[in-house]
Ligand binder design. Structure first.
Ligand code: PLP
Length: 385
């Protein structure tokens, strides 16, 4: 089976991890700060906080901007559940903004329409989480402009997008957001096994996220209620969690970061090749906004079902039977039972649901060979014939 995504682990990665295993620190040693520096240097954001997953990073990001009971977080229905769940962890409420029909990202026009209504009803969101689906950045300048007008915070879910660019600047620089979150799960662009990070230019947000990442405990006298009792002293000043990344993982990430640009460039070569090879098939290929250089985590096609005699399910199962590990990103979050039980209904976000009826994620990963890609294309041609 050709998988839809796959990590690459080199001898250099293995050597780097082995060295940490033989060192004094398996966690909370020198590698986590070095990985954070590499993330900050790559993206241009002042502060980077590594966490044990993007889900944890989203949670501490929400806590840091003060999201709590009574507040609203808005995000896209076309995302992994974690982009919405982070609000529920904080006791806040979730709503969704439907997607743009071409990029499949949260639509700024739809966002504006919804903000106008929300202002009238006095229920403006405290946080909006734009998700860079497939690695293609959202229209951040427009979303940022709306945030100034309506007073919400922006947390970018860039789990798919490290290595991508928006208006020729790296995703993660937080020019148009308060915080940006990356994921380092093995299917994503670079990996630490499990892992994530939150980036920001705001020192206060960085300090708060550091606190929430580690039990709400501080060793900084300036953050304590009184002078330290002695050199052993620490204070718990908030309720935090253990969301720390280990040094073993951080050094893997550090080693992977050396190949980040190469990986994204290779994804672009393969995506352009897909674009050409699929041109005559009854499918919609991914459209790229001119402001974006995608991280290209995913290559999603939509079946032109009116021109095909099979259903999407049949095509999907046919491809799997031919050894092609296709996948589907994503089931609209509002249609998950946990969200239906909160009052959402099928039909609430029609553009996202239409996408869901037609989408298939084709295999794309940096070590994929042209022969493997040809195999995917032949299988698809056979299924659509
Ligand atoms: C993978 C992913 C997450 C969660 O990442 P983890 O590191 O697995 O917690 C969140 N949002 C999106 C869009 C993702 O793809």
């Amino acid at each position: 089976m050709i998988p839809y995504g796959r990590q690459e682990i080199t001898q250099a990665d293995i050597d780097a991890v082995a060295e940490v295993l033989r060192s004094d620190f398996l966690t909370q040693g020198p590698m986590v700060p070095r990985f954070e520096e590499a993330l900050s240097e790559h993206s241009g954001a002042k502060y980077a906080l590594a966490a044990n997953s993007a889900t944890s990073a989203l949670h501490i990001a929400c806590l840091a901007v003060g999201l709590g009971p009574g507040d609203w977080l808005w995000t896209s229905p076309l995302t992994f559940v974690a982009s919405a769940n982070c609000a529920l962890y904080c006791g806040a409420k979730v709503d969704f903004v439907d997607v743009d029909p071409r990029t499949y990202n949260l639509s700024p026009a739809e966002l504006e329409r919804k903000l106008v209504d929300a202002e009238r009803e006095g229920v403006l969101p405290k946080v909006v989480v734009p998700v860079h689906l497939s690695g293609q950045p959202c229209e951040m300048a427009k979303i940022y402009e709306l945030s100034r007008r309506y007073g919400f915070k922006i947390i970018e879910d860039a789990s798919h997008a490290i290595g991508g660019r928006y208006r020729d600047e790296p995703i993660g620089n937080c020019r148009y957001s308060d915080i940006t979150v990356f994921s380092f799960h093995p299917v994503k662009i670079v990996t630490t096994a499990e892992g994530g990070a939150a980036l920001t230019n705001d020192k206060e947000l960085a300090d708060r996220m550091a606190l929430y990442r580690s039990h709400g405990i501080t060793r900084n006298a300036a953050e304590m209620t009184h002078e330290p009792d002695g050199p052993w002293y620490y204070q718990q000043v908030a309720l935090g969690y253990n969301y720390r990344l280990t040094d073993i993982q951080a050094v893997l990430g550090l080693s992977q970061m050396e190949r980040l640009n190469e990986y994204v460039a290779r994804r672009h070569v393969l995506a352009r090749r897909y674009d050409e090879l699929l041109a005559s098939l009854p499918v919609v290929r991914p459209w790229q906004h001119p402001d974006s250089y995608s991280g290209l985590h995913l290559y999603v096609i939509r079946l032109a079902l009116a021109q095909i005699s099979k259903s999407r399910l049949e095509v999907f199962e046919g491809l799997r039977a031919r050894g092609i590990g296709v996948n589907l990103h994503y089931i609209p979050v509002h249609t998950q039972p946990h969200y239906l039980q909160m009052g959402f209904r099928k039909g609430d976000f029609s553009e996202s649901e239409k996408y869901y009826e037609e989408a298939i994620t084709l295999p794309l990963f940096p070590t994929m060979s042209e022969a493997q890609q040809d195999e995917v294309v032949s299988a698809l041609m056979a299924e659509l014939a």
